[in-house]
Write a protein that binds this ligand. Structure first.
Ligand SMILES: [Zn+2]
Ligand SMILES: [Zn+2]
Ligand SMILES: [Zn+2]
Length: 443
């Protein structure tokens, strides 16, 4: 049921390496590479090629027994309801950054919120290092300019070193590569697409449909082949006998890699159990998911489907005819609980910075002097769970209240206004799709 805690701890240690430790890590990886090749009779070039091949395909050299175990665990996938045991502290990046008091903070906040979900982390890191970079100056002599350029290059590389998530593409398919999960081409489901976690080799296969493609060449990061990151030692290919969590053919560990390491709703990875969906890569805390996941379901061996998946698989046949907004709003919510739960979960998932999740009074000074009726996602979730809404309209107007409050409070800040309206736009669009509301009738 649970993954070995020891392994998890190792994993987390990797994730939390400081810069110094990172260096150590690199040295260790260099040592790995220096291990004697399989045969001392080979020329240096041959040894190099063979070592590379072993690194790439090394994990296929497993004993037959283990291989069978790996294959058979695939059939087990949907028979198991699993819980993830997490041991990581809340990521610093995920700390609340709502409504900063300083101008600068607001600008940053705005920029981040405008970005697509997966770009946020990356962008945040980039903007941090941008700040450190000296601005271009025409007053510099050519020599100084060169020096500055060199410095900037170093800083950029230092920044790449500290990055943990890389936006990658292969053909027309896009995903994010997570350094902490990377082990090799075959090992470690390190690439997250919309629908699943995959190893680099699986990712290439999915994108190009060919098995002879080279993942190092065909997966691109910022237009460059992934091999660039390996050459720079930013990504380290684990050695053949690596004992880490990603390199083990343990059934449960493999199973674990199929889902996110953090909760889709609160974005936290706080050491408590996560319930994993058997149909998509999302993970949830029991009480973050809507409806809350009951204890008795947890003990169950049956596969579990999250609200996103239930909603999407039943969406096609639910509303065949277009409806008018007014008609939808007056419907009893009891008949549309799934749609409302889905809509709220959707909002949580796109609000990457958790801006609207909790009571703004808790972290915005004098908020109540400007806003009479504060509203936030957690409160709506609570009301939904306790069945306090009668109609769909009551639920929707609470959601809209969050956006009107945001607009009122940030009246003077055009930039910050945009960030609230971005979420509102997403919600309005999703609301229309969910209830099949005809275009013309939306206010
Ligand atoms: Zn490893
Ligand atoms: Zn959660
Ligand atoms: Zn799901």
């Amino acid at each position: 049921m649970k993954t070995s805690e020891k392994e998890q701890t190792d994993e987390h240690e990797h994730k939390e390496l400081s810069k110094d430790e990172d260096k150590e890590e690199k040295q260790r990886s260099n040592n790995d590479e220096k291990q004697p090749g399989p045969s001392s009779l080979l020329t240096p070039e041959e040894t190099e090629t063979q070592t590379e091949q072993m690194q790439e395909y090394g994990h296929d050299f497993v004993i037959f027994d283990e291989f069978v175990k790996e294959a058979s665990c695939q059939t087990d996938i949907f028979l198991k309801m699993k819980i993830k045991q997490e041991g990581e502290p809340v990521s610093v990046l995920k700390e609340k950054t709502i409504i900063k008091t300083s101008e600068k903070g607001q600008t940053d906040e705005h920029e981040h919120k405008e970005l697509p979900e997966d770009e946020v982390k990356e962008e945040k890191q980039r903007s941090n290092s941008d700040e450190e970079q000296p601005g271009p100056s025409s007053l510099l002599t050519p020599g100084e300019e060169e020096e500055t350029e060199e410095k900037m290059k170093q800083q950029r590389e230092g920044h790449d070193q500290s990055k943990t998530v890389f936006k990658v593409t292969c053909g027309a398919v896009a995903g994010t590569l997570h350094k902490s999960r990377f082990a090799s081409g075959v090992y470690g489901k390190s690439i997250r697409t919309e629908t699943s976690w995959m190893s680099p080799v699986e990712f290439v296969k999915e994108a190009l449909g060919q098995t002879d493609a080279s993942w190092k060449k065909d997966i691109k990061w910022e237009g460059k082949p992934l091999s660039v990151l390996i050459e720079k030692n930013i990504l380290r290919i684990h050695s053949v006998l690596c004992p880490c969590r990603m390199c083990k053919l343990d059934e449960e560990l493999l199973e674990d890699q199929k889902n996110d390491d953090e909760c889709c709703v609160c974005k936290r990875d706080d050491g408590s159990d996560l319930v994993v969906c058997n149909h998509c890569p999302r993970s949830f805390h029991q009480t973050c998911h809507l409806p809350h996941v009951e204890d008795k379901i947890l003990g169950d061996d049956k596969p579990w489907m999250c609200t996103f998946c239930i909603f999407r698989t039943t969406q096609q046949w639910r509303y065949s005819e277009e409806l008018e907004t007014r008609a939808v709003m007056s419907q009893q919510i009891s008949r549309h609980m799934l749609e409302c739960q889905y809509l709220l979960l959707y909002l949580y998932s796109v609000d990457e910075e958790q801006t609207f999740a909790s009571d703004p009074n808790l972290y915005v000074k004098n908020y109540s002097s400007v806003i009479q009726t504060p509203m936030w996602f957690d409160k709506i979730a609570d009301k939904l769970q306790k069945k306090e809404y009668q109609t769909v309209g009551e639920f929707v107007s609470d959601v809209q209240l969050i956006f009107t409050n945001c607009a009122t409070y940030n009246r003077g800040n055009a930039e910050f206004l945009t960030s609230g309206s971005r979420l509102k736009e997403l919600f309005d669009g999703e609301l229309k799709t969910v209830f099949n509301i005809s275009e013309q009738t939306v206010d």
